[in-house]
Design a protein around this ligand. Structure first.
Ligand SMILES: C[S@@+](CC[C@H](N)C(=O)[O-])C[C@H]1O[C@@H](n2cnc3c(N)ncnc32)[C@H](O)[C@@H]1O
Length: 390
């Protein structure tokens, strides 16, 4: 058995080596750590030409961050052998001639040859720099996301991914948008800005990446967070980023181009949407948090008992109904809506995003109002809180 294990490993390493020599190597991935608690979850190895030399580029995928290291091919092959022996149970080698799937379980191992997934070798130039939409490191350090060396802090990996993903969503929404092409000065309000992670990143993106004249305000009920965020904004020289103490429902929202409300609690999301629509915002972006209002008022009505009889199912149903009605109310009020998951559930459960883009032409609200009524009747809901606001 041991011999078999060795021979499969050795064969795999030989395939890696020969595919590098023959320039058919595409990628090797090592996964399924032997120790399931290991923070290192996966290693992705590719071939890159760095300073005119072929090198193996290792991306070490940890639970919270990625680390890239490049090695000369011979050293890299030893590292692969070591990782295969001591760290991982699965290896997948992709070459333009064949794919190889290696798997070990205890003392048993197997190596399968398969048809090649990739028909040609990738460009061997050094991997392009990861696209960074946010440029500032200093504010992320002061906000406690990065350490003094610019690395993501151990418990902030999810937050960092969320910040980047959020900015990517903003990028796609603003692509070809008049606000950007006209280079207008724009006003953005973040309702329930909390610790300001996303507010800072948005300001950074709008001003440093898109070179817009953007004023961004965070509105928040907690004075300690307001003070901290204002002090960081001052320290990093974000002149037009400010945080104000305020309750969303009472906030006097003047002309605003973009309104965001991410994870504002329960009906605070509705307050924010209503304010955004009243201010005629071009874009309203919200990620709802909890959904208590509808959950409490939902009653088991005919045919739906089985959907609502278990707490968790009722909760999920309440989320869906709450957000579906929110989107319909926005549509009825002249916004084209999209509802999607903006980050994988592995990073946060609160990952639904509702985006409303103001329509150029008025639409007949009747169709949407009819849909809202149908849903309310079906779920025995007297009123959605957002209806009472618009
Ligand atoms: C879960 S945090 C989210 C923070 C930030 N938007 C984010 O996604 O990282 C929600 C924040 O909204 C604030 N908040 C909740 N209801 C609010 C309201 N009605 N008015 C102003 N702030 C509110 C809370 O104090 C909290 O800081």
């Amino acid at each position: 058995m041991y011999l078999c294990l060795m021979s499969n490993e050795i064969q795999l390493l030989q395939h890696v080596n020969s595919s590098i020599q023959e320039d058919t190597f595409v990628r090797l991935t090592l996964s399924k750590p032997i120790d399931s608690k290991d923070m290192l979850k996966k290693v992705i190895i590719s071939l890159a030409t760095i300073k005119r030399q072929s090198q193996l580029s290792f991306v070490y995928r940890h639970k919270t961050n990625d680390v890239t290291k490049n090695q000369q091919v011979q050293d890299g092959l030893s590292t692969i052998e070591d990782l295969l022996n001591n760290k991982f149970e699965i290896a997948n080698l992709f070459t333009t001639a064949s794919d190889y799937a290696y798997e070990r379980s205890g003392a048993k191992s197997r190596l399968k040859q398969k048809e090649a997934t990739f028909k040609s070798a990738p460009n061997r130039g050094h991997d392009k720099e990861k696209r960074h939409l946010i440029q500032g490191v200093e504010y992320l350090q002061l906000l406690g996301v990065l350490d003094k060396n610019g690395r993501v802090l151990k418990d902030k990996g999810d937050k960092f991914k969320q910040i980047n993903k959020f900015v990517e969503v903003i990028e796609s929404l603003l692509k070809n948008h008049e606000m950007v092409s006209n280079k207008d000065s724009i006003k953005v309000v973040d309702m329930g800005s909390g610790k300001g992670y996303l507010t800072f990143a948005l300001y950074d993106y709008l001003t440093n990446q898109l070179k817009l004249d953007a004023s961004v305000s965070g509105v928040e009920v907690r004075q300690d967070l307001i003070d901290k965020c204002n002090s960081i904004a001052k320290e990093v020289g974000f002149d037009k980023l400010q945080f104000e103490l305020g309750y969303i429902g009472d906030y006097q929202l003047n002309k605003t181009n973009i309104l965001i409300a991410l994870h504002a609690c329960d009906t605070a999301t509705d307050d924010a949407i209503a304010k955004g629509m009243a201010a005629n915002a071009e874009l309203i972006i919200c990620a709802p948090c909890c959904h208590k209002q509808i959950r409490k008022s939902m009653t088991e009505s005919d045919g739906l008992d089985s959907l609502l009889q278990h707490g968790i199912l009722k909760e999920r149903q309440a989320e869906i109904v709450t957000d579906a009605i929110r989107a319909l109310i926005m549509e009825a009020n002249g916004y084209k809506t999209k509802v999607f998951e903006f980050i994988s559930t592995e990073h946060t459960g609160k990952n639904l995003m509702i985006v409303g883009q103001r329509k150029k032409q008025a639409t007949d609200p009747q169709k949407y109002l009819g849909e809202i009524d149908k849903l309310k009747k079906q779920f025995g809901i007297p009123q959605h809180y957002l209806e009472s606001l618009v």
